[in-house]
Design a protein around this ligand. Structure first.
Ligand code: FAD
Length: 470
């Protein structure tokens, strides 16, 4: 396969792992990143899916009580390593009004995103990837074809700007991969008829702010402040995760719409009630975070879109690094087989879509969760408190939601929802409707087309769009 060339745009976790995997399998891969090595990732630590990091081949630590032990664990702040020491195997989920809480399994590990990004790019370089910093992907080069939807184009290259010299060049490849984050500059340069060009709407985002703060070493470590997640708070969430005896991560996210409180103020209010947290911000940042439903297709001929650019984050939390990694791993299997046949057409690459939606029902769950999230965001704190207290948002449902899973609740639960709390019948009817729609989406996405067939996809898509619009 030495003649098969892949260009990846964006060195997030998705793009870097895909590039590393394809180069390891002998393909010619170039990765273009608009930033530089020192700026990769985020200047903070994220909750990342354990399963994704393990699948990506990282040396995973073992759990001892509430501590991670292992080669890649930071022994102390500032030491090498990528995982924060303090583990959160069980997370306390509280209702927005703090009147009810439930403990759930949390399948994440707090991971330093800058160090992870640098480790992954070092691995990609070692695998033979050509890494080009300070280069920005501008638009796709394509020719229009006859054919429906994503089959209506053939991508053959990408226009890239060298940000140091200002020079722009057209680069040709068998496959262009966009992994450039939620601005999705490349796929949105395609014709609308492909179904890939639509920009995300403001409602597809949350505004998230997080800070790593000093944690008073004299305080009763791990008791003064819980590892907690305040679910549904001001249309989003507010959390705290201890990193170690010296630092703690505090953050909040709200629906991205005018009139919502600033998540930074929600953090300040939390800190004001917890004197063990103080001092200056050590690290942190804020940005929009994609929380919409995933694109229904990630492919055109010669083109693949991955990660946030394809809206593959968990809709209920905005955690998207795990999906970017898993999608990259699944895609690398399909692409390397296609490369052996010299192919990069939609028909051949279609299993990339199927794997994302159906493996462990990841994409299926996200489609259902996005509809549930939209409904929950319209509820007041009182209404959400009521659902918590009456176990209509029970520990199982909440555990699935924070870990990015959805299971259609049984009929019994719906009936209980309708009859158990006559006091709030309107709310219960709304919940029942939302759960039914989410379950219908779940079942519909389980029937995601197994092969690329324009007519079948069109029919499937029309029904998916109808369900999303309820
Ligand atoms: C405040 C905040 C908190 C978050 N917390 C979590 C969390 O706890 N857990 C979690 O899993 N996720 C979290 N996320 C989301 C997570 O960061 C993303 O889902 C994930 O990084 C997406 O990975 P990606 O590979 O799609 O691309 P990204 O990580 O977005 O990387 C894209 C890369 O492409 C580069 N780029 C952009 N445009 C171009 C271009 N035109 N040309 C070349 N390069 C380009 C960028 O510089 C960047 O390096 C959070 C996000 C924010 C903002």
């Amino acid at each position: 396969m030495p003649d098969y060339r892949v260009i990846v745009i964006g060195a997030g976790p998705g793009g870097t792992i895909l590039a590393r995997e394809l180069a390891t399998r002998g393909l010619m891969v170039d990765l273009y990143e608009k930033g530089n090595y020192a700026e990769l990732g985020h200047d903070w630590s994220d909750a990342m899916e354990l399963v994704a990091l393990k699948s990506a081949g990282l040396q995973m630590p073992r759990l001892e009580g509430k501590q991670w032990i292992g080669e890649l664990v930071k022994d102390q702040p500032g030491a090498p390593g990528i995982f924060e020491k303090h583990a959160v195997p069980r997370l306390l989920l509280t209702s927005p009004g703090l009147i009810s809480s439930k403990e759930v399994d949390f399948k994440m590990i707090t991971t330093d995103r800058r160090r992870l990004a640098q480790l992954l790019i070092d691995q990609a370089l070692e695998a033979g990837v050509g890494v080009h910093y300070r280069h920005e992907g501008k638009k796709l080069l394509f020719r229009e074809k006859e054919g429906y939807g994503p089959d209506g184009v053939e991508v053959f290259g990408v226009r890239v700007a060298d940000l140091e010299t200002g020079e722009e060049k057209e680069l040709l490849a068998d496959l262009i991969v966009e992994s450039s984050g939620f601005n999705a500059v490349l796929r949105t340069s395609l014709p609308l008829k492909t179904g890939l060009a639509t920009k995300f709407s403001p409602a597809d985002f949350a505004l998230v702010h997080r800070e790593v703060r000093a944690y008073d070493p004299g305080s009763d470590f791990a008791h003064a402040v819980p590892d907690y997640y305040r679910y549904g708070f001001h249309t989003g969430y507010q959390w705290s995760h201890i990193h170690n005896e010296q630092s703690i991560d505090v953050g909040a996210g709200v629906k991205n719409e005018p009139g919502k409180p600033d998540p930074k103020d929600l953090i300040e209010e939390f800190i004001s009630r917890h004197p063990a947290i103080g001092g200056d911000k050590l690290r942190g940042g804020r940005s929009l975070c994609i929380v919409g439903s995933p694109l229904t297709n990630f492919l055109a001929n010669g083109f693949l879109v991955l990660g946030d650019a394809a809206s593959t984050s968990v809709p209920t939390t905005g955690c998207g690094a795990g999906s970017a990694i898993m999608a990259a791993l699944w895609a690398s299997e399909v692409i390397s087989e296609a490369a052996a046949e010299g192919r990069s057409d939609l028909l051949r690459l279609w299993p990339v879509n199927v794997k994302f939606f159906l493996t462990d029902q990841r994409g299926v769950s996200f489609a259902a969760l996005s509809s549930l999230r939209a409904m929950l965001q319209n509820l007041t704190h009182d209404e959400l408190d009521f659902l918590f207290v009456n176990d209509l948002l029970d520990a199982d449902t909440l555990q699935d939601a924070v870990n990015g899973r959805f299971k259609p609740p049984g009929l019994q639960k719906k009936i209980r929802a309708l009859t158990g709390g006559i006091k709030k019948l309107n709310l219960l009817l709304k919940l029942n409707q939302a759960v039914s729609t989410a379950a219908s989406l779940y079942n519909h996405y389980l029937a995601y087309p197994a092969q690329w067939d324009p007519e079948r996809y069109q029919q499937w898509l029309q029904k998916a769009e109808k369900l999303h619009s309820i």
